[in-house]
Write a protein of this length. Sequence first.
Length: 467
Amino acid sequence: MRHIILLLIIQCFASNIDVQISYIDAPLINIHWCSDTVLALTSKGSVYRSDDRGRQWTKMSEIFHRKALIQLEDSDERVGIVNNLVPSPVDKSLVLFTGTDQIAWISLDCGKTITAVNAGKQLREYQFHPLEKDWIIASAWKQCGSDELLAGTPCVSYKELLLSQDTGITWHQIATYVNQFTWGVKNKEMAKYTPKERILASFEPQGKGHQSISNSTTVPFERVLGKEVGGSLQKLHEANGVEFELNAGVKRIGGVGQVQRVDLLNGKSLQADLVILGTGIQPNNKLAKDQLKISPNGGIETDVFLKAAKNVYASGDISSYPYWVTGEHVRIEHQNEAVRQGYVAALNILGRPTPLTDVPFFWTRQWDRTLAYSGVGQGFDEVIVDGDLSQQKFVAYYARKGRVVASASMNTPNAQMIISEALRLNVMPSAEDLKEKKVNLDDIKKIVLSKGSSCHCKRAGQCQSQL
Ligand SMILES: Cc1cc2nc3c(=O)[nH]c(=O)nc-3n(C[C@H](O)[C@H](O)[C@H](O)COP(=O)(O)OP(=O)(O)OC[C@H]3O[C@@H](n4cnc5c(N)ncnc54)[C@H](O)[C@@H]3O)c2cc1C
């Protein structure tokens, strides 16, 4: 389907209307005017420019592509796709174009000449200063270098804040471990009282916590399940023909017209005609972030009743609530938890105060085996395994400072039902007792039954009979 830009020139005092049609490659998603020059962005990421108020249009994709190749020494064929155009609030002719792969271009003359932004790292969020034309702040993720990854050194990644005072030519890092940021001057009126150099940023002074994510794993599923269980699952997958490339970040996905290869940071290149990205998600808190408190984990912070503010409740993936076991705010991404939280939030909205005191649970099928998990194991410092990892028949207990906070099991019927109940009733044995084999799953079951557990779940009858 061909998309068009229609230019209607209505001549006053004349009866005729001049209609001009220009063809573009996709529907328009943004238009920006700087006097006679017009910039138009299509949903395919192409920028068109007209210097005569829309009569003639030039497609600029080739220029964007070329400039990125020259300035960034990139060889990817896709470089040049533009996602958004952001005009400066001070000067209409100053426009920032953001593209795929965190590539950006700047133009001081409304697109007549463009320059790819080269800060030596991939910049992500940009903010023009509201009053100073040449000032821009932008964030970047400190990424692990290929040398670090190859050496297998633990490597942390965090958000940095960079400042340019010459319209993106030179950049200086001004803070690390940054969460959110903005210029401290909102408008001209406020600027009278506020120094214009002020930048407001929230960050983690300790340089620890949510923004330290390790790019280095030695086995799959290590972050959630630990090395032992992760290693067991790796063997299961390898026995079924899966090959792993661990500690080998993706440098580039390449191909012409379609994907043909994946280049890794360790120098290897894998042939591929289909790529599935299992990279996780980041919560989209855009709607709420200016009004509500956002936890470092990206969720909307609530109390134990899932209340975020007066008359505002958050439930499901987006809520960050205090987990009743540890008091720490957690954000759980499980279907049944989302359903349960919706129910709890609804009760609270209806005026029946109901704290969220569940033990999160999920299961996953790996080939012919099922792995079940209950609790919240984040920050675990010890894993106690009961069973045979080589046969994927085990119960693993995840402990923090000697207290079991979560568990995973495979091929052990009802283990997770029993452990979920023990966690819920707060009768889980200590990590030490489990490690020294003073207690086992049968003992935990006995303790649970002695508490007259009624099984706190939708299928209580079934759960009771299985216990
Ligand atoms: C690939 C994948 C596999 C998964 N597998 C499992 C699994 O096996 N087991 C399991 O337990 N969990 C799994 N999960 C997690 C599970 O899907 C989520 O925990 C669950 O869907 C969360 O439900 P929710 O209602 O909180 O959010 P969502 O299901 O994400 O629903 C949020 C809805 O809000 C809409 N929305 C967002 N912003 C706005 C807005 N501004 N205005 C209007 N609407 C808006 C979205 O379009 C969406 O429809 C998986 C998730 C993914 C992505």
